[in-house]
Structures are given as structure tokens and as C-alpha cells.
Design a protein around this ligand. Sequence first.
Ligand SMILES: *Cc1c(COP(=O)(O)O)cnc(C)c1O
Length: 389
Amino acid sequence: MKHNRKGINTICTHVGEVKDEQFKGAVSPIYMASSYAFEDVAVKRYPRYFNTPNQEALCKKIATLEHAESALIFGSGMAAISHALMAFLKAGDHIILQQTLYGGTYNFAVTQFEKYGISYSFTEGWTAEDFEKEIQPTTKVIYIETPSNPLLTITDVEAIAQVSKKYGFISMIDNTFASPVNQNPIDFGIDIILHSATKYMGGHSDICAGAVAASQEHIHTIWESSICFGGSLSDQTVWLLERSLKTMGLRVRAQNENAQKMAEFLLSHNEIDAVYYPGLESHPDHELAKRQMNGFGGMLSFELREGINPSEFMKNLQLIKPSMSLAGVESTMLLPVLTSHALMSPEDRFKQGIKDGLIRFSIGIEEIEDLIADIEQALARIKSKSVLA
Ligand SMILES: *Cc1c(COP(=O)(O)O)cnc(C)c1O
């Protein structure tokens, strides 16, 4: 399809700004007003209506980044996800969710749907057939996440969109791990794109926000229920997020590059048992990832050789920080079993292949040599300790 869309860094820098007509400042002014005079009765500007000048400008930037007609921004990724789900589901409906999901989304499903009379199924795997198997007469929504957290599995976005279209479902994807730089699922026919903007969009570990991108019609449906739920984002944070997005293309591409080198380093290391990264040829869905992604992202996970305590290893790192969040400019690691997936039962974790020693690694923009050196010295230190012991 022909389009006149600009390149990613041009969109990041220029699209969706509030023009400073008065002083001609180089950046968007912040409009903090929560009260606006009526322009006409049809247009009521109000932060919870998602239509302040800063909100509207940022929505335009995010919609353009995701090749979507429209977008909405929220107070967190979970607000974006829950508002989008609840806009399309009602009592008696059924939703099919991918087995491997962000911990918070999994928790939302298992603690919230039942009390609203919504039934749900988790898939066994993540192929289109796995989703088709779960279809019921009342199915309305099909929900995927790729690359997934924490094992970086890859779901065939186009195949899922086709299943969804065939049966008239609404398809949703959590596109947080890829970011709009690496993956634009609208191009493959997915209806609703969800983001935790706390992650790559914000990118500096100082913003909590969420976003939804979709067609005008679907965004309107979400908007209608979201103004009731009230999960809007303050204009100060909106402004900060707009600024952060200007460098998203640069940051994420640097993270892609670092992650690829890191994955190759870890794979070749004899103290490392397994590496999960879609950019590796050894990843079972490497070819699929190549087809649907523009880059393989800054997230990977790995397992240390049996006998090396992962908590001890992490304690000995000097540069890489243990941290719950991800996608910042700084590299971080965590153990899903103790943090992001602690609420999941051990059986469910086992079913998903999340071993107790699995380490999730969010790669930052530091020099790759320094990151590798940090891992080498941590491994050397615990080895020398265990020899002394
Ligand atoms: C962090 C995250 C979320 C939730 O976002 P919050 O901003 O923490 O509410 C959802 N999905 C994925 C993949 C995430 O990493």
C-alpha cells in the first residue's frame, strides 16, 4: 500500500505537537487547565474526556507511530488494557487470552472477569490453531502479546488477525515489548494496539502511562466507556511523555543493537544454559519475528548454568540494576519467579516454561562492552566465592 508516512524518527520528533502560536517556542506549551470555556456545545474540553490540547497532540503522535487512525492515552498501561477490554466485553461474553501474558494482565483476567459475568480461556500455546480451539459461541475478543513476557515467545500477528476477522471478533495486542519502533500490528490487521507507555515510550523510568491505538470507530467505543472509568493522564505527564517520544526511535534502535550483541554473548558463554531472544537464529520463531518485526527489541531472558544461584549472581552486578520495571535507558534484571510472576501458581509457571532460575534482562543504552564486563565480573566473583567456601 502506498502512503506518505514519514520515517519513525521524523514522526517521533515532529508529529503531534501543540504549536506555540503566541511565543513561537520550539516545544509544546503545557495547558494545565481543567476548565475551558465552551467553544460550542459539542466540544467540551476536560482532562477526563481525553481532549485537552496536550492530550490531543500526544494522541496524534501515538496514532501516527502505530499507523492507526486514532489513539487514547491513560494513567497507566493497566488502565489502557482494562479500559479497552471493558469497552468491548459485557456479561455473557467470552474472551480468549494468550497463555503467556504480562503478569498484571493475567491477574486482571483471573481476579476481575468473573465478577462481571465475563468468561475467559487461556490458550495452550500461541499458534492460530491454539486460539481457534478455544472459540465459543459467545467469544467476542481475542487477546495476544508478542514478544511475550518473560520468555519472548512470538505469536503470528497476521494469522491471529485472520482468525479474528473470520469469526468477527475484536483482536487486541499488547505491543509494549516491541514498541511502535519494532512492530506495527495494525499493518497485519489487528484491531486494537495496547501499550504500557511506562516502558519504551517513556523510556526513562520516570513516567507511568498507557496508550491505545485503533480505528476512529474503535477508539470512540473505548472513549465512551473510558470517560466513565476516568483513567486519564495529567497534562504534565502527557507533556513529559511527548518529550520522551522524541527520542524513542533512537533509544529503541540502540537497545535492539545492544540486545542482539548481548544475546550472542550469553549464548556463547559456558556459564549460561539458555538464552531467549527472537533475534537469535536459535529462537524457534526467528523467521516469524523477522517477518513481522522491524527490530527484535531490547528484552531477553536467560538461565544460568545449573548450580549458579541467580540471586547471588544479580547481587554481584555493579552496573546492571535489579529492578521491577523495564525498557528504561538503564539496563535492569529481575527474577520473574520472585517479582513479575510471583502471583502465578507454580504449576502455571511450570506450564509456561518459566523456570525458577530464569532471569529477565531489559537492555539499556549503555556501551555493550561495559554491560558484558559487568556480567563477566559478577560470574567471576561468585565462582571465586564458591571455590573458597
Ligand atoms: C508494564 C506492562 C504492562 C502494564 O503497564 P503499567 O504501566 O505498569 O500499568 C502491560 N503490559 C506489559 C507487556 C508491560 O510490560
